[in-house]
Design a protein around this ligand. Structure first.
Ligand SMILES: CC(C)(COP(=O)(O)OP(=O)(O)OC[C@H]1O[C@@H](n2cnc3c(N)ncnc32)[C@H](O)[C@@H]1OP(=O)(O)O)[C@@H](O)C(=O)NCCC(=O)NCCS
Length: 120
């Protein structure tokens, strides 16, 4: 899980929070979930179904939640939901969702089995 407050430096030219900022925190949260599960470095190989439902504004708190959807041989797909909590309120709204796929990597940066024993 990632929780962070959107700041003025995170805005786009229109004054809303930049979608890439939200997506970056989703990638970060999902990578933590993937690396915890595989016990090794993991790389994002694909992002599918990324949908921006609502904008965020400065001062909103971004909360990112993850759930492992699928574990393949070397890859894992993580469902990611980003929820805004409007500044100084209890109002929460889903802003973005997507499926992030990660590949577990060995020390040479090559795909390795998710359930491979840790390197000695
Ligand atoms: C990740 C990487 C090492 C995988 O190499 P690769 O040659 O594609 O590996 P493979 O073809 O053996 O595929 C590995 C796994 O990824 C899956 N995969 C590959 N491309 C995919 C895609 N577009 N969507 C979903 N899964 C994909 C494969 O199905 C396979 O999964 P499985 O073993 O569970 O069946 C390589 O693509 C890479 O280095 N990409 C850049 C990663 C990066 O820089 N990410 C951003 C920063 S983290």
């Amino acid at each position: 899980m990632v929780r962070v407050v959107a700041m003025p430096t995170d805005t786009n030219a229109a004054g809303d929070i930049f979608g890439g900022w939200v997506a970056a925190h989703m990638d970060l949260a999902a990578s933590t979930t993937a690396e915890d599960r595989a016990g090794c470095k993991c790389a994002t190989v694909a992002v599918d179904g990324l949908v921006f439902h609502r904008p965020m504004t400065v001062g909103d708190e971004l909360n990112v939640y993850t759930r492992i959807l699928r574990i393949g041989r070397t890859s894992m797909t993580i469902e990611v939901e980003a929820v805004r909590r409007v500044r100084r309120t209890t109002t929460r709204q889903k802003v973005t969702q997507g499926r992030f796929t990660f590949v577990a990597l060995d020390d040479n940066g090559q795909p390795r089995a998710v359930d491979a024993p840790p390197a000695a």
